[in-house]
Every structure is written in structure tokens, then in C-alpha cells.
Design a protein around this ligand. Structure first.
Ligand code: FMN
Length: 246
């Protein structure tokens, strides 16, 4: 155990923040940590947009499914997968008429790069005593979000992130039993059902404690509820943003 691992194991999403700014030096180092994440072939295929305009924040909060903390948190960052810079950079070195390609592979690269950078930022922020929550809700209305942020072709918002000084101390959310996610020499199907049974009990107890007995939702119930928010618009939206996924 060391301090870095303690920070990681102490992670819990924060959805209520103190009315205190994140210092410029803190934000600078958070972004620097993001830039130092590993990145496929050094493509650095992400862009992060800091939202300081209060009106824009309000609109994003609504578009993210009325998540008030998007407008209330001290800092809100939108993490974008970005193949625009890659296209521009490559075009300079390619023969006239030839372009780098927006393939499915590059879409994965850009999405992974955005996620790795964001998670580095999250850990950096938490190591400074700040709290964060990711906001995938931006993908409820990705086209409107992209228009508001003037995202060019080959760029899409993967998620947002609220950052600030925590004004709540939620319990750390238990994870699946390790044997469910750590397999050896191949996929161990026989581990799945027992792990789900076990985790249903663990998470239900946790939810009950967290909500003072109001909601003892199991993991199976939570996963079943996800079918109601499938975001089926994503394929068409991505196509429109230039991600042709060939
Ligand atoms: C990509 C991504 C998107 C998320 N989107 C939201 C969101 O829109 N709103 C929210 O309140 N939490 C959101 N979360 C937070 C998750 O619900 C949370 O991480 C998960 O339930 C585990 O809880 P913990 O972070 O407290 O350990 C998101 C997390 C990730 C990784």
C-alpha cells in the first residue's frame, strides 16, 4: 500500500461540491497529468474543453439529463475523442489528395485516449483532495452538445467531468468479487454466476446503507434498468461527426 494506491482505492464519485474554486495551479497539474497518460502511437487523440461560461454550463446540465451538479460544480471539463488534429497533422505529410482515415480502429484509439487521459486527471484531482464525477449524460444529446461546443468533424464528446472540493462523504462503492474480473489463461465462464449472486447481495446491502433503507437495489436490478437508456442515436450521431467506422 502506498499513497497513490490509497487514493485509487478511496475513489467515490462526488456529486455535491463546496463553493470553493479549484486553484489554477491545481487545474494546471490535473491537465498535465492527463497529457502524460499513455496514448496509442502517441496520437494524443483527445481534447478537453473547460466550461467556464455559466450559461453554457446550464445548457449542458440540462442536456446531460438535468444533472444539476454540472452547473454547480467549480470546474466542468468535457473530454472529447479527437481525430481532427490527427487528420490535420497527417494531411501535411501525405501526398496531395490522400487523407488519414477515420477507421473503426482509430475511433477506438481516440475513445480510449480520451478515457485514459480523463482517468489520469481524476486520480490527480483526487490526490489533491478534490472529488470528481464523470458525466456520460452528455451522450443523451451528443449532437446539441457538439454544436454548443463547436466540435469539428472527427471530434465527439465522450463524457464530462465535474471537479471540486467534496461537500459529501459517500461510502466507497464495493466492486465485483475479484475472481469475476481477474481470469487466468482464458475466460472462466463458470465464475460469472456465483460472482453475480455474491455481488447482488453486497451491492444491495451497500445501497440500503447509502439510502437509509430506501433503495436496496441489487446489481442485477441496476443492470436490467440500463435497457431503458440505450442511446441508440450514437451510431447515427458518430457517422454525422465523420466517424465512418470503415
Ligand atoms: C464514463 C462514465 C460516465 C458516467 N456518467 C455519470 C453521469 O452522467 N452521472 C452521474 O451521476 N454519474 C456518472 N458516472 C459515475 C458512475 O455512476 C460511478 O462511477 C459508478 O456508479 C461507480 O461509483 P463510484 O464512482 O462512486 O465508485 C459515470 C461514470 C463513468 C465512468
Amino acid at each position: 500500500m502506498n499513497e497513490t494506491i490509497q487514493v485509487m482505492l478511496g475513489h467515490r464519485s462526488i456529486r455535491k461540491f463546496k463553493d470553493a474554486p479549484v486553484a489554477k495551479e491545481q487545474l494546471d497539474v490535473i491537465i498535465e497529468a492527463a497529457q502524460h497518460a499513455s496514448t496509442s502511437s502517441n496520437m494524443q487523440a483527445f481534447t478537453v474543453i473547460r466550461i467556464t461560461d455559466a450559461g453554457l454550463r446550464e445548457q449542458l446540465a440540462v442536456l446531460a439529463g438535468n444533472q444539476a451538479y454540472v452547473s454547480q460544480c467549480p470546474e466542468f471539463l468535457v473530454w472529447c475523442a479527437d481525430l481532427h488534429r490527427y487528420e490535420r497533422a497527417g494531411a501535411r505529410a501525405l501526398p496531395e489528395g490522400e487523407e488519414p482515415r477515420s477507421t473503426t480502429e482509430n475511433f477506438i484509439v481516440a475513445t480510449v485516449d480520451a478515457a485514459l487521459a480523463a482517468q489520469n486527471a481524476a486520480v490527480a484531482a483526487e490526490s489533491l483532495g478534490l472529488g470528481i464525477v464523470y458525466i456520460g449524460g452528455l451522450r443523451n444529446n451528443p449532437r446539441q452538445v457538439s454544436e454548443l461546443l463547436r466540435l469539428p468533424q472527427y471530434v465527439y464528446p465522450v463524457f464530462g467531468m465535474c471537479i471540486g472540493v467534496p461537500d459529501q462523504e459517500p461510502l466507497v462503492r464495493p466492486r465485483l468479487p475479484r475472481e469475476a474480473i481477474l481470469h487466468e489463461n482464458g475466460y472462466c465462464e463458470e465464475r460469472i454466476d456465483p460472482a453475480i449472486d455474491q455481488y447482488n447481495v453486497t451491492l444491495s446491502d451497500y445501497m440500503s446503507e447509502r439510502t437509509n433503507g430506501k433503495a436496496a437495489t441489487s446489481w442485477s436490478q441496476a443492470m436490467a434498468a440500463k435497457k431503458d437508456a440505450p442511446r441508440l442515436h450514437m451510431r447515427e450521431f458518430l457517422y454525422g461527426q465523420g466517424f465512418r467506422l470503415e
